[in-house]
Design a protein around this ligand. Sequence first.
Ligand code: NAP
Length: 289
Amino acid sequence: MKRWLIIGAGDVAQRMMPLLKHRVRLFALCRHPEKAHFWRQLGAIPILGDLDDPKSLTRIAGVADGIFHFAPPNMTGTKDIRTRHLISALSRCHSVPQSIVYISTTGVYGDYQGQWVNETTPTKPTSSRAKRRVDAENQLRDFARRTGASLTILRAPGIYAENRLPLNRLKEQLPTIQDNEDSWSNHIHALDLARAAILSMHQPFNSRVFNTVDDEPMQIGTFYDMLADFFDYARPQRLSRNQVKNMISEISWSFMAESRKIANMRLTQELGFSFFYPSVLSCLSNLKK
Ligand SMILES: NC(=O)c1ccc[n+]([C@@H]2O[C@H](COP(=O)([O-])OP(=O)(O)OC[C@H]3O[C@@H](n4cnc5c(N)ncnc54)[C@H](OP(=O)(O)O)[C@@H]3O)[C@@H](O)[C@H]2O)c1
């Protein structure tokens, strides 16, 4: 039986569990003992450890032949120290993993002012957050090159699900950008991201990147209008970019400011992925209000 280890045992990883249980021996790195109990109930063998504490990671060496790395980088700096600790822990055993699937972000592309972007488009990260992701990708590529492991990098955009929609923003009546200046954004349902990760683990790639985005890039204002209409909230007020920037937090603005339409042809044609939810609307249409 294959032995796979989940690093970053959160929402997307949870959604993989029903699809993997009893087919694979699963391990999950947990920072807190109460989470360990939860993951045992889901069908994984918990391993206590924290990527911020390298000494706590000794038990993950040699445990698995496949690694799902879904943990976000540390919150500051331009380097991903957590991935550094992970690689160092995995390298401690002569039996290193044969396959790694890493969830990165489409934030690594930076701002393309609404242009189409594919996997060959150069990354131009502007925020420290995106720079840490580029660093993580590079560290993992280097590890894969040194060890011969396969590596698949899934670049994810805004992750959503039925229970994971930004309705608070509508409740708070925060404005969005007027149509003629609005940014383009992309989405992926958390279950589709989980399914793409499993599919990637089954198909070894040599450091290959896949934009794991659905079929329909949307302007951010259109996305919020659609949610507002569906859940009976008032549509957000539309203002100029400058006005919106001054009315929302810096972190929220950093997500709204960059604009790009992301292509997913490699995901569908090369990885052979088909979506349960090809658009946000297709997910909402399945929901009963
Ligand atoms: N939110 C988005 O729209 C978006 C977009 C693109 C990419 N992503 C990235 O996609 C990945 C998967 O997303 P998700 O929704 O599954 O994220 P999530 O629910 O936040 O799960 C991430 C998991 O990583 C674990 N983790 C964080 N720091 C850790 C550490 N020092 N040691 C061990 N574990 C640690 C967390 O553990 P605890 O449970 O103990 O906190 C959490 O369970 C994440 O890296 C996320 O940043 C997110």
